[in-house]
Design a protein around this ligand. Sequence first.
Ligand code: MLT
Length: 228
Amino acid sequence: IPSIEYIKEEEMEGKNVVVIDVLRATSVITTALYNGASEVVTAVEIDEALKYKDENTLLGGERRALKIDGFDFSNSPIEYSREAVFGKRIVLTTTNGTKAINKSMRAEKIFIGCMMNGKAAAKKIIEYDKDAFIVCAGTYGKFSLDDFICAGKIINDAVEEKDVQIDDFAAAALLSYRDNRDDVISYVKNAYHYKYLISIGLEDDIKYCFREDVFDVVPEYRNGSIRL
Ligand code: MLT
């Protein structure tokens, strides 16, 4: 699905979904859990996130991609190191990614995907042998190239593993990935959010998020929290 605005929530009923916000929310969630955070809880509003704060809970997220006053982390995945997050609960509020997760609540299973766990996410889709959506968070409700090519990578890994049926949107994402897999970052250089992140000095985050298959874990949302 090109972005969350393009789908009615009821269409996800009974299906599995992989939610992607490669720049940067789902890359943050995957990194934090891989590095030993006990769970990630998403909050829509800043005030809601602040209410969770206790000695075992760290707050992360962004508005306009910048750290929120009073929070422990920004939305930079590099900050969520093992040292910083091990054993901690993370409460995350972001503009697009956490909304896409919230919009997927009617799905049967909700997985979290990014470039860094793409192959593992593809295996999850196949493992359950059931219709699946890849839900791109997009940027402010609009289609985004960065999520699109990430979807293409996961679809590529799925079709290499098994003869799965894909729709035309998925086929377009797959072709984009295959045509640009040697230099995905050049492909996303035209993306709105890419340009914005560069303009505020976050090039290292982009390089970090576009590494492929460095984690073999797939976070899953269940009963109000995301865990491995
Ligand atoms: C979001 O959820 O809107 C994004 O992850 C924004 C960002 O890059 O921080």
